[in-house]
Design a protein around this ligand. Structure first.
Ligand SMILES: NC(=O)c1ccc[n+]([C@@H]2O[C@H](COP(=O)([O-])OP(=O)(O)OC[C@H]3O[C@@H](n4cnc5c(N)ncnc54)[C@H](O)[C@@H]3O)[C@@H](O)[C@H]2O)c1
Length: 321
């Protein structure tokens, strides 16, 4: 029995592949490598190809005796999705349909899915529970909400068993500095802060200093990528031992401001991080963080790594350049 990890050469996928293999689970990766790096799978079997190739998905599932799929593969840039939405509907939504059809043809009926807290849009209340309304505010978030529905309906029509994991802000790198996030084309805060600290790329922008938050900057829930990897293992075990289909938030339950990230990075770096205070971006909510109670109850999982772990691991990873 093995696990097929789509997008396993990417950031969160590669940490999960590593954790699965550490737990003694046979793992095979399917990735186009348009974003991922082959070195990041650390020697796990890697098939270069797309989730949209149903025949390939079926073949890989059969060849590797796959029992469950963990589905990371997707386009994930909010900005790109609003400029050029077509590839987002095709790769994320239609790609997921092809993936599931390919799995079902090989009698694989379990899937752990990378959803996103972006499905909630700007929350009316924090912490955000899984019962909060689904109100995507951009194409990327809408594709994640639609992927959740596609998976739900395959549960109804084909007895697909599933876990949809709504991640908050993934950040950090492996504690030993072996794998981490690519900062070359990211819009995520932590790698941008690291780039500002470690290169002459220029200051990082702090969007908004007049939010209704303790220090005026935006507050988000940053979750260490190794905690996320652990949660995937818990979700896999949940499904493989007959657990019910479920949707869970994966966050720490704690909000951290942009200025707190900068302060922690300055402490680790030993110098101020170049930054500019600029206007808010339209649509950015002041505060977003998870109610993570359901993950603890349903999966027995909760985050164990803190902000210092996130910043120091990211710093060590990026410093190796
Ligand atoms: N990083 C975050 O903070 C965050 C938050 C919420 C949700 N997510 C979701 O988690 C998943 C993984 O995110 P990540 O940060 O590791 O992104 P990533 O871009 O590093 O990884 C995605 C991987 O999927 C691959 N891929 C894309 N389309 C593919 C296809 N059609 N077939 C096969 N492989 C394909 C890419 O080459 C890449 O290696 C994504 O679905 C993303 O939407 C991420």
């Amino acid at each position: 029995m093995a696990v097929l990890v789509t997008g396993g050469a990417g950031y969160i996928g590669s940490h999960t592949v590593r954790r699965l293999r550490e737990a003694g689970i046979d793992t095979v990766v399917l990735d186009t490598l348009e974003r991922g790096r082959p070195e990041a799978v650390l020697g796990a079997p890697l098939v270069v190809g797309s989730i949209a190739d149903e025949a390939l998905v079926t073949e890989v599932c059969r060849d590797h005796a796959v029992s469950t799929v963990i589905h990371f593969a997707a386009h994930k840039s909010v900005g790109d999705s609003m400029v050029d939405p077509g590839p987002y509907w095709a790769n994320n939504v239609q790609g997921t349909v092809h993936l599931i059809e390919g799995m079902l043809a090989a009698d694989v009926s379990r899937i752990v899915f990378s959803s996103s807290a972006a499905v909630y849009g700007s929350p009316e209340q924090v912490p955000i529970t899984e019962q909060a309304p689904i109100r995507p505010e951009n194409v990327y978030a809408e594709t994640k909400a639609m992927m959740e529905r596609v998976i739900h309906w395959y549960g109804v029509t084909n007895e697909l068993r599933w876990a949809s994991l709504r991640y908050f802000n993934a950040a950090g790198a492996s504690a030993d500095g072996v794998i981490g996030e690519d900062w070359s084309s990211t819009t995520n805060l932590v790698p941008l802060v690291m780039r500002a600290a470690l290169t002459d790329a220029g200051p990082v922008d702090v969007f908004g200093t007049d939010f209704d938050t303790p220090d005026g900057s935006g507050v988000r829930d940053y979750i260490h990528v190794e905690d996320l990897a652990e949660a995937h293992l818990a979700a896999l075990r949940h499904l493989e031992t007959g657990g019910e289909n479920l949707t869970v938030n994966l966050g720490t339950g704690t909000g951290t401001s942009v200025l707190e990230i900068l302060a922690m990075t300055a402490e680790v770096h030993g110098a101020e991080v170049p930054h500019r205070l600029v206007e808010r971006r339209i649509g950015d909510p002041a505060t977003v963080y998870a109610d993570s109670t359901h993950a603890a109850t349903a999966l027995g999982w909760s985050a164990t790594r803190n902000l210092r772990d996130i910043i120091s691991s990211a710093y060590a990873w990026h410093r190796q350049g």
